[in-house]
Design a protein. Structure first.
Lengths: 957, 252, 296
């Protein structure tokens, strides 16, 4: 059935090792062309009806691609115009080796039957396999394999035409000599009908513009030089992180060094883009500088002009040299691997012609030069663009347009942008997924009742924020025995509906979490489940997973049990309603009693938890009220907190902890837990510094001490101070993450924030996939369900955790981005004076926190590039002094808030100081400011007129 | 562990071009030495094993070990120092070798009709010349051939085969070293393929019980396939000897 | 001496088989069902399982009336009474020697089954028991005849005839027992100036020609002082190499085949006889001559 051939591979792993591997060559691999009569028909997407139309060839033809075409021109292939393409297996392998993302994209096209792609396993085919010659380079060998397959196809099917597309001139020349029709992809696409879409997407890698302008960037070292440099320790490899505030600055995180390496200036960065793996050369110690504390923005418009950049470089040079804060400084000398992806953004206005500048919304990414013929249209749109190359002579990287998302400023477009930027899967649920849903009407059968504990008679109720439709937890509490209580937490039994391995399960695992945008919710599971069958609505009979404790009056757990149950929630309260029910002394129905009991126990639990060193952290969270019709934000406010919030929270924490203990006990290797790593002490530096300026001593030695110092850090004259410190403390923390228990040591399971040794997520299975896994694990422990392979696979669990962590982080960012966008929308055209607090003092600016809107904005004290002549910056004390007024961190201020819409992509808030009043800088309070001469240069910002209610930022150009 | 690598491509081919249910190429030869009573050489893919059988013979080194009702089966497994990519320090005596010797003995004891040889001893020596995954199965198969060559009565062939899970889902047969390293748990089964009895089963790692049936079935199928191949080789070998000797001493 | 060493790759090895006989009897392999009828008796190389008679070795079927057995073409020596064997003393025990005869158990040579110096009818005394090691000690080679087969399969030997006894100077070749053709006599004085003992157990002894009817050779005398002339030694080596050549091609060994092989080998030097091609050449030529002889 097959012949065999062994071939020898040499590989270097430290020293020379000879690896011998088998390579089987088969005679049962077929060409996949439908018109072929000699081959067995195989599953092939190639179609005889679809025709590639290209004016260079009279007849229908099949395309065979070289690796470089796929790597460089993936966006062209994404368009459903080129079809009937044969992908050779050797090419596929090389693509996978060179770039995994492109490989994945290619794979998805191959899997799509309507694209008519076919993978031909040429390296195992008896006629197309050739042996690598001695001394033949791997590239030449691959090219030879491709040509061999082409000629085989031509010989195999003389009636069909096969065209080889390659960007490699040498390969093309040999192919032509061998009689294989071949073209570059550019030539081919230019002769394809309706090519305008494709031409825009053509990557500009192979276009060498001969310019005589001087090179803007120093050259990169060759790969060999880089590798030897890294090996002998002269150079260092690391990940480049661009600064968001200063486009001429960035850091390189080098594994072997404690501190990241600072790189500055055009030649220092040398074309590194955020995320790239680069090699840096570190300067002598005397040349080390401190990171600049000024904010610089790339305001370049001209395509190749570098004067402006040089100006800014000088500015950067002036603004440093603080002895204590010098960091290892160096320059990027080469790039190991680009981490370019697709970027979302808009076109920069004011340019004509086919060359346009694209401004990514991610500020750590430089502007990208693209070529398009539809600039006028694209200017109104949000776009996706990808980088192709960054030659030395070009100030900006070259890229190409991928697709348009929609009109700028449109709610839906912005949501789309937020979702795309944060990699949130948000397409409709597929038919396959929907097919997994239970049929309606859904009824509880006898069988279900038998398997579950029937506690429909208990007085269970749920407490949630207003407008919540995905209720995944409900509670009950009833007195038992002498002075004991039975407390139950009932969690929606989502795992009952989502069976492992089904399409819906895979989809949920991939989405990992429900994403909440201000006016949109991206569900993890289809709505039927999230808002109906799983939601523990009042008065409905629902399946639940219950965690029931017996407690004494002091909230000590005497006994814990877990079981699947059927419940009937008596009522769904909002936090406010629940609070009212508790407070209303006249109500004495079982529900109210139950709530009161819960509240009482929760207080004890909370007290005990805080005594144990749990941190109370703060982050300004706001709620945006939306107009239900226009979908415009009506009001922004900080979320109100009731006692009942903390009541529900306490029991959820308790349930999570109990469940974590239980599943770890049963599955020491593969329990899904959540840990919050103890932050390294250096993380707390800003907090300690801030505290020292205020004369407060913040002890960060351990969680307990930190909690205590935070509690004690109050000043009567500034009631908000404590909250501010807590906000700062929150920012010192690391992210909490999911993990499989077998992958870490027991000590590392610790949850720092909650100060518990074990923690997991059990209570929100409707919106978090981790909880579903925990449910399944718990179901096994109590005999309600059986295991399945992936659940117990440590490897798979770890992979799953990585995805969950990634998605959770992204969902969080997406939520924040959405709030930010809507806050902007709310402030559009408004002008308000607000209370604020100084969060940080910078050399040329103040960071102001406005608690009412949860906003953190920058108040510039001086024009860009100039130092203020009003304010005196005191590095030591972290203060800015103007006359007899000194501003310290945490000082209360009053600021005027307005929105600068000059840059439609990055609308930003503009602040003006109202109080304390500083002559020549502050503005009058809003009521009085009407009388102020509009042209009076109060600051660098200038109000244009009264009728035009927004403030424009004066810009230099 | 596994780098999430696809062991079976979408087209259904493994890294070396085999399909999931295909064995590697097996080549074998009986009677490669003249000194031992029986000997054999087998290649399964690139795994190459020599086996030699001495006996049954008088128990050497202390009669006390002799059993009155059956023969002692003594196995020794060794790996040539050059058999792996990195040179081994010692060819035998390490824990892995000792374990494999014992496993080999266990598999062979199940097949040899040792009750026919009281007070005797049968020595089986196997030497791995090149290791490329599936060492134990190759040793068992080589030992079987050597035993047959030595004319020692067996209940039937004892064959061994490995199977694993590709992409944690598809069972696949006869795992090469590359797949062993990249892939997940490997199930090794030694069986009497004709009666379907399993004489030894070993797993390199855990996997979920649900997978066991299909993987085990694959491995058993592999044992049967191997038995066919070995049987052919044996018949060829016997025919070869027979026609050379002119079937002499044969009364029929 | 070392310049003539040949090492070759496995892939360059030659196929040594010399198919002479084209009739192929049915071959049974272990586990194969011989018959499902149960009126047969199971002989060697078979076993019964689930009412079926199965083979336990790879070989050919032999049937004597109702007794079915499978005979492997290669196995340890299974002794039969009257067989001539060559063996090596492994142990000296009370009143008997243990002899390794390539059988599955060591054979016994009782003190009472040997001819002691001083006449057949001599009484065995206690002194003889003490003297045993002086007659035969560990490592000595003997030729003997199978006197009896014990129930556990071990053999009892005797050296009562003067043909048997301790072996002196010569060369021992070990082949598979099944390659030795059973014949009336296993002692051959080859006309080329050497004599051989073709032990049924696969051990072949080659030595200088035994002077006819010098019957006193049997016994326990071993003359290691006597120098064997070079020519005779070469002859012995040539015979040895011829036997190896025939063994390599798995041809039956008996006086005619060895003699033919010897004659065919004369075109090679003794050392050349170790080259596989030469060995095969001799085997083929011998085979041809034997076939001619058979057909004549």
């Amino acid at each position: 059935m097959f012949t065999t051939k062994a071939f020898i591979k040499k590989s270097k792993i430290g020293h020379f090792l000879k690896n011998v591997r088998e390579h089987y060559i088969r005679d049962d691999i077929f060409c996949g062309v439908p018109s072929c009569e000699t081959c067995h028909p195989v599953e092939s997407h190639l179609s005889s009806t679809y025709k590639n139309v290209c004016c260079l060839f009279k007849y229908n033809h099949y395309l065979i691609l070289d690796t470089n075409v796929i790597l460089d021109q993936m966006d062209v292939l994404d368009e459903p115009i080129l079809e009937n393409i044969i992908i050779l297996h050797t090419v596929l392998k090389e693509v996978k080796h060179r770039s995994l993302p492109i490989y994945k994209r290619l794979q998805s096209i191959i899997d799509n039957p309507s694209r008519h792609f076919y993978v031909f396993t040429n390296d195992h085919h008896k006629d197309t396999y050739v042996k690598q010659d001695d001394k033949e380079l791997i590239n030449d060998y691959n090219d030879r394999l491709i040509r061999k397959s082409c000629s085989w196809y031509m010989k195999h099917l003389p009636g069909e035409i096969f065209v080889l597309l390659s960007n490699d001139a040498k390969n093309r020349a040999i192919a032509l000599a061998e009689g294989i029709p071949t073209l570059t992809i550019k030539d081919y696409i230019e002769s394809v009908k309706d090519n305008s879409v494709l031409l825009d997407k053509l990557a500009k890698k192979d276009i060498h513009v001969e310019t005589y302008t001087k090179d803007i960037f120093p050259p990169h070292l060759s790969n060999v030089e880089l590798l030897t440099g890294v090996k002998n320790g002269k150079l260092h490899q690391g990940t480049f992180r661009a600064s968001k505030d200063n486009f001429l600055e960035g850091f390189v995180n080098v594994d072997s060094l404690e501190d990241p390496v600072l790189v500055q200036g055009r030649s220092g960065l040398n074309r590194a883009v955020n995320g790239d793996i680069v090699v840096v050369e570190i300067f002598d110690k005397k040349e080390w500088v401190s990171p600049s504390d000024i904010v610089l923005e790339d305001e370049g418009v001209a395509e190749e002009g570098i004067d402006e950049i040089e100006l800014k470089e000088r500015e950067l040079k002036r603004s440093k040299k603080i002895k204590e804060e010098i960091k290892p400084t160096g320059k990027v000398v080469g790039i190991i691997r680009r981490k370019w992806r697709q970027y979302c953004g808009i076109l920069q206005g004011g340019m004509d012609g086919v060359y346009q500048l694209f401004v990514p919304s991610d500020r750590s990414i430089p502007k990208i030069r693209i070529e398009t013929r539809q600039a006028d249209f694209l200017r109104t749109q949000k776009l996706i663009v990808t980088i192709d190359s960054w030659p030395r002579h070009s100030r900006y990287p070259h890229g190409h347009f991928v697709r348009a998302l929609g009109k700028i400023g449109d709610q839906t477009t912005e949501n789309e942008v937020v979702l795309l930027e944060h990699d949130v899967p948000h397409s409709q649920f597929s038919e396959e997924v929907l097919a997994c849903l239970p049929k309606l009407p859904w009824i509880i059968t006898e069988k279900d009742v038998k398997k579950r504990v029937d506690i429909r008679h208990l007085d269970i109720c749920s407490v949630d924020p207003p407008g919540c439709t995905d209720i995944d937890d409900a509670l009950h509490c009833r007195p038992i025995g002498n002075d004991g209580f039975e407390v139950g937490v009932h969690i929606a039994d989502v795992a009952h509906f989502i069976r492992p391995g089904t399409a819906i399960d895979k989809e949920a695992a991939s989405r990992a979490t429900t994403v909440y945008l201000v006016n949109k919710r991206i569900d993890m599971v289809p709505e039927l489940l999230s808002s109906n069958l799983c939601s523990l609505r009042g008065g409905e009979e629902r399946f639940a997973f219950s965690c029931v404790w017996e407690m004494d009056a002091n909230a000590n757990i005497l006994n814990t049990r877990f079981h699947k149950s059927i419940i009937k929630s008596k009522a769904s309260f909002t936090y406010e309603e629940a609070q009212m029910t508790i407070d209303d002394k006249s109500k004495n129905d079982p529900i109210a009693m139950s709530l009161r009991g819960l509240n009482k126990l929760a207080k004890i639990l909370k007290k005990r938890r805080l005594e144990n060193g749990a941190l109370v952290l703060a982050s300004p969270e706001v709620k945006i009220h939306m107009d239900s019709e226009t979908m415009e934000p009506l009001d922004v406010e900080v979320k109100k907190l009731f006692e009942t919030n903390s009541m529900v929270e306490e029991f959820m924490l308790l349930a999570n902890i109990s469940v974590a203990e239980k599943i770890l006990d049963e599955f020491p290797e593969c329990a899904m837990l959540r840990r919050h790593p103890t932050p390294p002490s250096t993380n707390f530096d800003p907090l300690i510094k801030a505290g020292r300026h205020l004369g407060l001593d913040i002890n960060v030695e351990c969680g307990k001490n930190l909690a205590q110092s935070l509690d004690e850090a109050t000043k009567p004259e500034n009631p908000y101070l404590n909250t501010m410190l807590r906000i700062l403390a929150t920012r010192c923390m690391l992210q909490a993450v999911y993990f499989a228990s077998g992958t870490l040591q027991k000590e590392e399971y610790y949850h720092y924030g909650l100060a518990v040794p074990l923690y997991t997520h059990f209570t929100s299975p409707i919106r978090r996939y981790a909880d579903i896994i925990v449910h399944r694990l718990l179901a096994v422990t109590c005999g309600a369900d059986s295991t399945y392979p992936d659940l117990l696979d440590k490897q798979k669990s770890t992979e799953l955790c990585q995805n969950l962590n990634y998605r959770n982080r992204m969902a969080q960012y997406a939520g924040r981005a959405s709030v930010a966008f809507n806050t902007h929308l709310f402030f559009k055209g408004k002008l308000q004076d607000e209370e604020g607090y100084v969060l940080h003092i910078r050399k040329n600016a103040l960071q102001i926190l406005i608690p009412k809107y949860g906003l953190e904005c920058t108040l510039y004290l001086a024009k860009k590039g100039e130092s203020s002549n009003i304010f005196e910056y005191n590095e030591e004390e972290q203060s800015q002094k103007a006359g007899n007024i000194t501003l310290h961190a945490f000082d209360p201020v009053k600021v005027r808030l307005s929105l600068d819409s000059n840059n439609i992509q990055h609308e930003k808030f503009v602040l003006q100081l109202v109080s304390p009043y500083i002559e020549g800088f502050s503005v009058q309070p809003l009521g009085e400011s009407m009388e102020v001469d509009p042209d009076k240069p109060a600051s660098e910002k200038k109000r244009k007129s009264k009728s035009e209610s927004h403030v424009k930022n004066k810009k230099k150009n | 562990m596994s780098k999430n690598k696809e062991l079976i491509s979408k087209i259904g081919l493994r890294l070396d071009g085999r399909r999931a249910n295909e064995l590697r190429r097996i080549r074998c030869k009986l009677g490669v030495f003249t000194e031992p009573d029986g000997s054999a050489y087998i290649e399964q893919g690139l795994t190459k094993v020599l086996a030699a059988v001495y006996g049954p013979h008088e128990v050497r080194g202390g009669r006390s070990k002799a059993q009155h009702n059956s023969a002692i089966i003594n196995c020794q497994f060794s790996m040539a120092v050059f058999s792996t990519t990195e040179r081994k320090k010692r060819p035998r005596g390490d824990r892995k070798s000792t374990e494999l010797s014992m496993h080999l003995q266990q598999a062979l004891e199940a097949a040899i009709k040792s009750e026919l040889y009281p007070f005797c001893q049968i020595d089986v020596y196997v030497e791995v010349l090149h290791a490329d995954g599936g060492i134990y199965p190759a040793c068992v198969n080589a030992a079987t051939l050597a035993l047959i060559d030595a004319g020692i009565p067996l209940k039937e062939y004892v064959c061994a085969c490995t199977a694993s899970l590709a992409n944690n889902d598809i069972p696949m047969l006869d795992i090469s070293h590359q797949e062993e390293v990249l892939g997940g748990p490997t199930l090794t089964v030694a069986a009497l393929p004709m009666s379907g009895k399993i004489v030894l089963m070993e797993m390199s790692q855990r996997f979920h019980l649900d997978h066991l049936d299909k993987v085990l079935e694959k491995a058993l199928q592999g044992c049967k396939d191997i038995k066919e191949i070995l049987d052919n080789a044996v018949r060829l070998h016997v025919t070869d000897i027979g026609s050379s000797t002119g079937w002499a001493n044969t009364k029929h | 001496m070392s310049k003539n060493i040949q090492i070759r790759l496995a892939s360059q090895r030659i196929n040594t088989s010399v198919p002479g006989n084209q009739r192929y009897p049915k071959i049974f392999t272990p586990g194969q069902v011989i018959t499902a009828q149960n009126e047969f008796m199971r002989g060697h190389g078979t076993y019964e399982e689930n009412g079926e008679l199965k083979a336990s070795v790879a070989g050919v079927r032999e049937q004597v009336n109702n007794l079915i057995s499978i005979r492997p073409l290669k196995s340890r020596y299974n002794g039969e009474i009257g067989d001539v064997v060559v063996g090596r003393i492994t142990e000296v025990q009370q009143k008997r020697w243990k002899v390794d005869t390539n059988s599955r158990l060591d054979s016994a040579l009782l003190l009472s089954s040997v001819n002691l110096p001083g006449g057949e009818l001599r009484r065995r005394s206690v002194e003889d028991e003490h003297m045993m090691r002086q007659f035969l000690q560990e490592g000595d080679l003997i030729s003997a005849e199978v006197q009896n087969v014990y129930s556990d399969g071990s053999l009892s030997l005797h050296t009562r005839s003067l043909r048997y006894g301790k072996l002196g100077q010569g060369v021992l070749v070990k082949v598979f027992p099944s390659l030795i053709k059973r014949s009336k006599t296993h002692f051959h004085n080859l006309p080329v100036g050497a004599s051989i003992i073709l032990g049924n157990n696969g051990l072949i002894w080659i030595c200088t020609s035994i002077n006819n009817s010098e019957e006193s050779v049997g016994g326990f005398v071993q003359n290691l002082e006597e120098v064997v002339p070079r020519q005779e030694r070469e002859t012995i080596c040539r015979i040895r190499n011829c036997i190896l050549a025939l063994t390599q091609s798995k041809m039956m060994l008996y006086d005619t085949s060895i003699l033919y092989a010897y004659e065919e080998s004369l075109k090679y030097s003794v050392a050349e006889l170790l080259i596989p091609e030469a060995m095969l050449d001799i085997a083929i030529l011998t085979q041809q001559r034997l076939t001619m002889l058979e057909n004549a």
